[in-house]
Design a protein around this ligand. Structure first.
Ligand code: FAD
Length: 417
């Protein structure tokens, strides 16, 4: 079997999904993770059929079904009155329509599932405390130096090092730093058994209010409920301390219900009760980057970017991890010699180093991915404006939601691919 050696900077969802897709195709992978351990923090992730389809292609369908919750519907309400605005059936309807389910999973479970699959497959070496610092590329290989002095070389580098990516500086010239959106996110997780019956949920609920929205959905087979509130706010104690650029995980800060209440103002009774039922809150400020302008912002020579390193986006389409999983599948598909099995991306065959010409494969990957990722980034930003609308725009939005319902909530161009 053909085999290339690849370094992956970052062991988050993008890095591990890429590593798994690559080892499954016979490549040798070394994952360099800055943190002291391979672990994820955070709460829920919604996975549309586009993401669950690819996780099934990675042989994770059965495991995912055990870990995830399959919500029966997506229900949109007014955050002020709780009035129902629109409903999209999910559950088996989504599976029938798109051939793959809509699932909600705890981020830790998704990360652990990818890690377990990677370790049991073999072909990957995992290095922690390995913060990538220096990157050099020449005609034959890429060399990476970590902060602690260790160095590694391989045929190619995959930059999966998130929002504040170091690998990105190798790919994108004159790049601006991530944009602070001015939106704060609060998240909480609660065991459903600890909630009063009226607050337990088996669906995705979204509440839209002026300059804020909230989302709740079940995870862990329905045993736990994930709640996220996003508000446009200037609450000092959080906004005045910008996210620590040296640590992608610094968004995980303890927060108070009082600060959240000040940010949201008055909400309808059911949302208020849910917020009060959370045992604790964590908060951070949301950043994104402008939509990708070309494939040149995704890969250059022997370095390709995946996930948030390439296209960090606001979470208003619930697709950041979904796009990372799509990237992983496309990346591995691009790095296989022609005639060596299935793959939905262009296959590259001319060998320069290892068995496949890595720069050509990365270029094919970048061309296959950038427009879709840019479209999702744009749509996520646009959703933020729609979700948080006030005044006449809000009235128009609510009228459209009430009259068109499922037709505006479904996203066939996104889910069907
Ligand atoms: P990260 O998770 O940031 O991982 C990067 C990794 O690289 C980290 O482990 C970090 O320690 C490591 N690293 C950083 N720098 C270096 C370095 N120099 N060297 C080595 N390692 C390094 N997406 C969805 O699909 N569905 C959702 O419902 C959803 N909800 C969301 C809700 C919120 C509130 C937010 C904020 C995001 C949401 N997302 C969702 C987006 C999703 O969480 C991200 O897009 C996804 O986790 C990005 O994964 P990543 O691996 O690219 O980046």
């Amino acid at each position: 079997m053909s085999s290339n050696s690849l370094l992956i900077a970052g062991g988050g969802i993008a890095g591990l999904a890429s590593a798994l897709a690559l080892v499954q195709r016979g490549h040798q992978v070394q994952v360099l993770e800055a943190a002291p351990a391979f672990e994820e923090i955070g709460a829920g992730i919604q996975l549309g059929p586009n993401a669950t389809r690819r996780l099934a292609w990675l042989d994770l369908e059965a495991k995912l079904a055990q870990l995830a919750a399959q919500p029966e519907a997506l229900a949109v309400h007014s955050a002020q009155t709780d009035r129902a605005l629109a409903r999209l059936p999910l559950g088996h309807r989504m599976s029938e329509r798109y051939g793959a389910p809509y699932l909600c999973v705890h981020r830790v479970d998704l990360h652990r599932m990818l890690l377990d699959a990677l370790m049991s497959h073999g072909g990957a070496v995992l290095e922690c405390n390995a913060r990538v610092d220096g990157i050099e590329v020449d005609a034959d290989e890429v060399r990476v130096r970590c902060e602690d002095g260790r160095s590694f070389s391989a045929d190619g580098l995959v930059g999966a090092d998130g929002l504040w990516s170091r690998a990105r500086t190798q790919v994108v010239a004159n790049d601006a730093p991530p944009r602070a959106s001015g939106h704060m996110a609060w998240r909480g997780l609660v065991q459903q058994a600890a909630l009063p019956a009226a607050l337990r949920r088996s669906q995705v609920d979204v509440w839209l209010g002026p300059r804020l929205h909230a989302v709740s959905y079940p995870v862990r087979g329905g045993a736990a409920l994930n709640v996220v509130v996003i508000a446009e706010t200037q609450i000092g104690e959080l906004v005045d301390k910008p996210v620590e650029t040296r640590d992608a995980r610094s968004w995980d800060r303890p927060a108070t219900l009082e600060a959240l209440r000040r940010a949201t103002g008055a909400c309808c009774g059911s949302l208020q009760a849910l917020l009060e039922a959370m045992p604790e809150w964590r908060a951070w400020s949301l950043h994104d980057r402008a939509p990708l302008a070309s494939s040149a912002a995704v890969a250059r020579g022997r370095v390709a970017l995946v996930g948030d390193a390439a296209h960090p986006m606001l979470p208003y389409l619930a697709q950041g991890a979904g796009m990372a999983i799509e990237d992983a599948w496309a990346l591995a598909g691009a790095l296989q010699p022609s005639g060596s099995g299935s793959g939905n991306t262009r296959v590259v065959s001319s060998a320069v180093h290892g068995d496949v010409d890595v720069p050509a494969a990365w270029d094919a990957y970048a061309r296959a991915r950038w427009q879709r990722n840019a479209r999702v980034q744009r749509r996520a930003r646009r959703n933020g404006e729609i979700f948080h609308a006030s005044g006449p725009m809000r009235l128009g939005r609510d009228a459209v939601l009430r009259s068109l319902g499922a037709r505006v909530l479904d996203v066939p161009w996104l889910y069907s691919q």
